[in-house]
Design a protein around this ligand. Structure first.
Ligand code: NAP
Length: 281
């Protein structure tokens, strides 16, 4: 049997920050387990999974286009992966495939650390994969009302329909609606691509004026580190946090699953952040 290893699979995947993050955490723990990127094209999971077993891959992270396709292939799914319908972490243990999703929990830890959670009412911008993980987690962890505002209304409706509690409510992405909802919310979470390097930008930030003074703004984007949304939020005296802590904490949680033991999360996140800094990523 070859030595145990960890991987991240996807297509594209070579740009992924996960190898730097996990290598730093493994080094901090003194563990000599390689964590490598592995290109697996769409439809390639039936070939990859037996390969992984044969090569003693003890766990892997998954990015696009595999998160949804992994769900029916798992022997066991954790609550978040089942709720979201997407897997980002897989453990190969005892001949079984165990699927997890750490995005929502990673976001919640980041929100708590930034003093932005708990909150009763939140506005989630976007209805893609990240918005689904975040909105469903907020609804499962104490929010009383979460509005899902999306450019494409059908996607907001589909996301809200995935929440049996009725806490998620679909809404439009118009300035008028955002302004109305912000007047009732204590947290805005940007899960769109708007503000990301190379993507579009919010046309207007005046909806932030409607937020109460103790509200917070969390942007899932971490490149650039300071998005216009965060700059505009801080200019209004609001608490604001970017997506880097979420990225780090979803990885720490994944490593806890891979190693099957609790870790010093802060120590792990600090080691990973320092490694990202050094690598210029
Ligand atoms: P996705 O599934 O492609 O969803 C993209 C979302 O952005 C959709 O709701 C889309 O609306 C919206 N959008 C895109 N362009 C827009 C525009 N011009 N105007 C209004 N809405 C627009 O992507 P994702 O995987 O959810 O990722 C979303 C963001 O979260 C990315 O920036 C990603 O880097 C970030 N992210 C961060 C972390 C982290 O750990 N910090 C984790 C995951 C994702 P439509 O439905 O109308 O197209």
């Amino acid at each position: 049997m070859s030595a145990p290893m960890l991987q991240v699979i996807g297509d594209p995947v070579l740009h992924s920050k996960s190898p730097v993050i996990h290598a730093a955490m493994l080094a901090q723990l003194g563990l000599d387990i390689p964590y490598t990127p592995h290109v697996v094209p769409k439809g390639g999971l039936p070939d990859y999974l037996p390969w992984a077993r044969a090569h003693n891959v003890i766990g892997f992270n998954a990015t696009m286009p595999h998160k949804e396709d992994l769900v029916p292939l798992m022997d066991q799914l954790d609550e978040d992966a089942g709720r979201i319908g997407a897997v980002n972490t897989v453990c190969l243990r005892g001949g079984k495939l165990l699927g997890y999703n750490t995005d929502g929990a990673g976001c919640l830890i980041a929100l708590e650390q930034a003093g932005l959670w708990p909150r009763d009412r939140a506005v989630v911008l976007g209805a893609g994969g990240a918005a689904k993980a975040v909105a469903l987690k907020l609804a499962a962890c104490g929010a009383r009302q979460v509005w899902v505002c999306n450019r494409t209304p059908a996607k907001a409706q589909a996301l809200a329909a995935a929440d049996p509690s009725g806490i998620l409510t679909p809404a439009s992405f118009s300035l008028e609606t955002l302004t109305q909802l912000c007047a009732q919310a204590q947290l805005v979470v940007n899960c769109t691509n708007l503000g990301m390097a190379g993507c579009g930008q919010f046309e207007n930030f005046s909806f932030l004026d409607a937020l109460p003074g103790d509200a917070g703004v969390f942007d899932l984007i971490y490149h650039p580190a300071q998005t216009q949304l965060l700059i505009q939020a801080r200019a209004r005296g609001l608490r604001a946090c970017n997506g880097l802590p979420m990225l780090l904490h979803q990885a720490v949680l994944a490593l806890e699953y891979f190693l099957d033991r609790p870790l010093d999360r802060e120590k792990m996140a600090r080691a990973a952040a320092a490694a990202l800094d050094r690598s210029g990523q």
